[in-house]
Design a protein around this ligand. Structure first.
Ligand code: ATP
Ligand code: MG
Length: 257
């Protein structure tokens, strides 16, 4: 699948009753870019992801991945187009082993359905072997080998966040949405994650949107940054430009006060 795909978000508005979670938000993410979205709690960052992957239906606006309009499609069809995400609160099945969690991530790539699997044994078996090999390459990339058989619920927190990234990568995404990949991590775990994300980018070249409160990670990894406040875009630019923008500083200080 083509991994270098541009994302276009235009005039996106999302309301929940009286709350405007996203107010006329627009931005482009270039093919292969690492684009960050920052903003205080409740700014609308996760809501952008939920609009991109079809979980929320925006009242207005258009989202395009390459030539394909995503808005109006179901979450399953958007996932099948190669949009994968990690969750702010882990999206792993705690009772399943790490490797089974990653295999589940590939479900939409499997051509052999369950019924066909029962009758066309040979083909299903060959497919299973190919999928295992692809999952193993994700496990190698993220150095998750020692935890292969560990139930996801038993993984140390930092490793579980990495496994969550692995689950998304196992989907062979064209667009990867990362919702606070280092939330709750200590400095060492954060530095490890930064290294893995850099490696993912170098090796897979996948287009990424990073939502993160950790400004150091954003400064280190992002090409460009969009800052939101109460659903309104307040700045776009390089990490240094956005971090020093007085309106952005004010939005964060206002939140802290
Ligand atoms: N399903 C929902 N129902 C009602 N309101 C919602 C829903 N999802 C989000 N909101 C509201 O939309 C606004 C934006 O929420 P969102 O979760 O996108 O913020 P966020 O920037 O991801 O915040 P955080 O940094 O805390 O994760 C908030 O006011 C939130 O309460
Ligand atoms: Mg959020």
């Amino acid at each position: 699948m083509e991994r270098l795909t541009k994302l276009e978000v235009r005039d996106l508005t999302l309301r929940f009753g009286g709350v405007t979670a996203l107010d006329n938000v627009g931005f482009d993410v270039m093919a292969g870019e690492m684009f960050a979205v920052i903003g205080p709690n409740g700014a609308g960052k996760t809501s952008i992801f939920n609009c991109v992957n079809g979980v929320y239906k925006p009242q207005a606006g258009t989202i395009r991945l390459g030539d394909t309009v995503l808005t109006g499609r179901s979450p399953a069809s958007i996932a099948a187009l190669g949009v994968a995400r990690t969750f702010q609160n882990l999206g792993l099945f705690g009772n399943l082993s790490l490797i089974d969690n990653l295999m589940l991530g590939r479900h939409h790539l499997m051509r052999t359905g369950m019924l066909a699997g029962m009758f066309w044994w040979g083909r299903a078996k060959r497919e299973e072997i190919t999928h295992r090999a692809d999952v193993e390459s994700v496990i190698d990339l993220l150095e998750l080998g020692p935890y292969r058989r560990t139930p996801a619920g038993m993984l140390p927190y930092g490793v579980a966040k990495r496994a969550e990234l692995g689950r998304a990568l196992a989907m062979e995404p064209t667009l990867l949405l990362l919702d606070e990949p280092v939330a709750g991590m200590n400095l060492e775990e954060t530095e490890d994650m930064a290294r893995y994300l850099t490696e993912v980018r170098r090796r897979l070249g996948v287009t990424m949107i990073l939502v993160e409160h950790d400004m150091r990670l954003v400064m280190d990894l992002a090409d460009r940054v969009l800052a939101l406040d109460f659903g309104v875009p307040i700045a776009t630019g390089t990490p240094a430009e956005v971090q020093n923008d007085p309106v952005v500083v004010e939005a964060y200080l206002g939140g802290a006060a």
